[in-house]
Write a protein that binds this ligand. Structure first.
Ligand code: GLC
Length: 741
């Protein structure tokens, strides 16, 4: 099997959005692009009904089989095409981790499962995100889809939030650059990707009934900046607006978000689709929403049955329908959807599995390696593998993004109750780590116990050379977690095994940062996240030293919930929603209405810890290697932006990839990431890295002046191994400037 080419980025490209690709030809300002010309021509031929047809979608599962168009794939959404005008149907599938198949809606259908978003983010490698997006997008096309609802980039504000596993971490630059690359990859197949969920949908509790209150400057410098970078660099055809309210107005009818920010400030040309069951009025059309998705999940068909009478009596101008239809057509033409043949090619799952393997290799983070226990290089005679259903596969996150991996799930546990029970499930699949370890450590006796008998596992561990505990924590859409603990009795299991055998490794398969009360007893800990189709192989390769871990944390691991901006997860102390709540707020309601405030504002994650002077369990950007790297010769330049050049040297005995990070600290502010690189270096090899900051990262947003404002004066520059581990420091002077939003 030809190995997937090692994917890495040059420094300059990363700071400016490394995706190995230009962002496509951009017309000169004011000049109509080719797609726009076609849009006008097509719109002129469309009837009112045809225009409205583009504005609302349903779900195939709700269409009787006999009424489904030939070849209609059963996925998340469908909008009929207009054959006489060459407008293709819009067949939508989830999502960011592969072609999902929730509730087994396509009986027996499988797809290549990428590792979770936090694993992808741990690679800090835009080229890899792009390749992963290309791969999953190609499988979507092969299965008949031309809209892929991939591109989740909500910031990880609270490590207990249920969908963090789908997203790309806590930093707007890292998340924005990576989601852009993913979107480029998906759209390189001639289909539309959807950056989501716009905006401030940072937790599941209250996703349909809560209002997030945050001042504009904090929004602009955090969640909105991640979307802005993702849209600028990735050019998604669509934005998916979120369920929640922002400032008391639903995101999907929020003029500030959908018109002022997205169109007036950012010049977004594509269309806004709603989340499924997130529309509450026809007037949302006037705020900037263009398409009602999954209309049967809403209380009314706001963009069809409810729209027509309002067009007739003028309460809604036809111009609003024209605008929405043009945006949808623009995305179809600009991404080439009308030229993309769907469901015509076979899928090479073996080849695609190699992409998932490379992603898992680079997305696994070596958190701790006391005494250089790893890699297990010496003669290992016996390995005891414990727990995590490691004999069956690896865990995946629940909800719309869940991919049934090639080979299917080998263990599925129903969720008995709660808002996720109707459509999510705990499931394990992909290469079982036990099989991978047996193949990799061919000369060792590799045995397995499931961990249900803690004492039995400890006794068995005592007799083995090495014990490897796979520890899991399930996470799902529609529900958050109330604490940071591993599921069930795993903390006790790990404690007992590590007490019985000092050569214990813990491999975490979690959707979030977790607490580790046993940490001082365990010499080696890997964060494998939900490692996807070939995750078992990646873990085995890293334990054996066949792969040198290069993952770096995209999220902070707190010591405990007390360190968090909201020690109690917002809304977790509320009663369940009433029938009236559900009737008012829609199908996805999982709580009574409440207000969410995020005290950290723009200082998400490591910036909160910096602001509070708190020391986390593991810092943003942290990750160990089997070799060592030195930073030297820092040269910095100030002025209108910051430019930092420095040398990275592999001072160890084996090849490895490092992720040097550059942070800036403005006076009175918390540090913030302004760039990184990922050089792969042979022993003794050195490379000069140059990072140039996007000036918006050196600014504060002034909501009164509606400008990014860079203040003049000295700022601190750090070249670091993590947000808590600066190595080289310097100061530069910035000159004052203002930048349009
Ligand atoms: C879900 C999710 C969204 C997904 C959509 C279609 O509720 O919020 O991410 O794309 O519905 O399944």
């Amino acid at each position: 099997m030809k190995p997937v080419a090692r994917l890495s980025c040059s420094a300059a490209m990363i700071a400016l959005g490394c995706s190995g690709l230009g962002a496509g030809a951009r017309p000169a300002p004011g000049q109509q692009d080719a797609a726009q010309v076609r849009v006008e021509q097509t719109l002129a031929q469309m009837t009112q009904d045809e225009k409205i047809q583009l504005l609302h979608g349903t779900m195939p599962l709700f269409i009787p089989v006999a009424k489904r168009a030939p070849g209609m794939p059963v996925g998340a959404g469908v909008i009929a095409g207009i054959e006489r005008l060459g407008i293709p149907p819009q067949y939508a599938t989830d999502a960011s981790l592969g072609v999902s198949n929730i509730m087994d809606m396509r009986k027996g259908d499988v797809a290549t499962a990428l590792p979770s978003g936090l694993s992808l983010a741990s690679t800090w490698n835009p080229a890899l995100l792009r390749e992963g997006g290309r791969m999953i997008g190609s499988e979507a096309v092969a299965k008949g889809f031309n809209v892929m609802l991939a591109g989740g980039v909500n910031l990880v504000r609270d490590p207990r939030a249920g969908r963090n596993f789908e997203y790309l971490g806590e930093d707007p630059l890292l998340g924005g650059v990576l989601v852009a690359a993913q979107i480029e990859g998906v759209q390189s197949n001639g289909i539309i990707a959807t950056i989501k969920h716009f905006a401030l949908n940072n937790q599941e509790l209250g996703r349909s009934s809560a209002s997030v209150e945050m001042d504009e400057a904090a929004m602009r410098e955090s969640d909105l900046l991640a979307f802005q970078i993702g849209i600028e660099r990735g050019r998604p055809g669509s934005v998916m607006c979120a369920y929640n309210k922002v400032g008391g107005t639903y995101a999907c009818e929020n003029k500030f978000l959908l018109t002022d920010v997205l169109r007036r400030d950012w010049g977004f040309k594509g269309y806004v689709m709603s989340d499924w069951g997130a529309v509450h009025s026809t007037e949302a059309l006037l705020a900037g929403l263009d398409q009602q998705s999954g209309e049967m999940l809403d209380r009314k068909r706001w963009f069809s049955a409810e729209l027509k009478p309002k067009l007739a009596d003028g309460r809604i101008p036809m111009a609003a329908v024209d605008t929405a239809a043009k945006r949808i057509l623009w995305a179809i033409y600009d991404k080439g959807v009308d030229k993309t043949a769907i469901a015509t090619k076979p899928i090479d799952y073996a080849r695609n599995g190699e992409v998932a393997l490379q992603a898992a290799r680079e997305g696994t983070v070596l958190l701790r390696n006391e005494g250089g226990m790893l890699p297990l290089a010496g003669p290992v005679r016996s390995i005891l593998v414990i727990g995590g259903k490691a004999d069956l596969g690896v865990l995946s996150g629940g909800g719309s993004s869940q991919v049934v991996p090639v080979g299917g799930f080998r263990a599925v546990e129903k969720i008995e109750s709660g808002p996720a029970a109707t459509f999510a499930r705990r499931a394990w699949g992909g290469t079982p780590p036990l099989d991978s370890l047996r193949r990799t450590f061919g000369n060792a006796q590799v045995t397995f116990v499931d961990g249900s008998d803690v004492q039995g596992a400890a006794d068995a561990a005592k007799a083995a050379d090495v014990a490897v505990v796979f520890a899991t924590k399930f996470a799902t859409e529609a529900e958050d977690q109330t604490d940071l603990s591993l599921d069930g009795q795993q903390d006790a299991l790990i404690d007992a095994v590590a007490s019985a055998n000092p050569h214990t490794v813990v491999v975490l398969e979690t959707g979030n940062p977790v607490a580790m009360p046993w940490l001082t007893k365990v010499p080696a800990v890997l964060a494998a996240w939900y490692p996807g189709q070939r995750g078992g192989d990646a873990v085995a390769e890293i334990l054996a030293g066949k792969a040198n871990p290069s993952g770096r944390l995209p999220v902070t691991f707190p010591v405990s919930g007390h360190q968090l901006p909201n020690p109690v997860l917002p809304g977790s102390d509320l009663p369940p929603p009433s029938k009236e709540d559900k009737a008012t707020y829609g199908l996805q309601t999982n709580s009574p209405p409440f207000t969410i405030t995020y005290p950290e504002g723009a200082d998400v994650g490591y910036r909160w810890f910096d602001r509070k002077g708190e020391t986390p369990l593991f810092a943003f950007g942290h990750g160990l290697s089997y070799t060592t790297f030195n930073y030297s010769a820092l040269k910095v330049r100030g002025g209108r932006t910051v430019r930092a050049s420095f040398t990275v040297t592999n001072t160890g005995a084996r090849e490895g990839a490092d992720v040097p990070q550059v942070y800036v600290t403005l006076p009175g502010k918390a540090r913030r990431l302004i760039g990184w690189d990922k050089p792969v270096l042979r022993p003794g090899e050195s490379r000069t890295v140059t990072i140039t900051a996007d000036p918006r990262l050196l600014a504060s947003f002034d909501a009164v002046r509606q400008r990014w404002v860079v203040l003049p004066g000295k700022v601190k520059i750090e070249v670091a191994r993590s947000a808590s581990d600066p190595v080289l420091t310097a100061q530069v002077s910035l000159i004052a400037q203002t930048i349009k939003p």
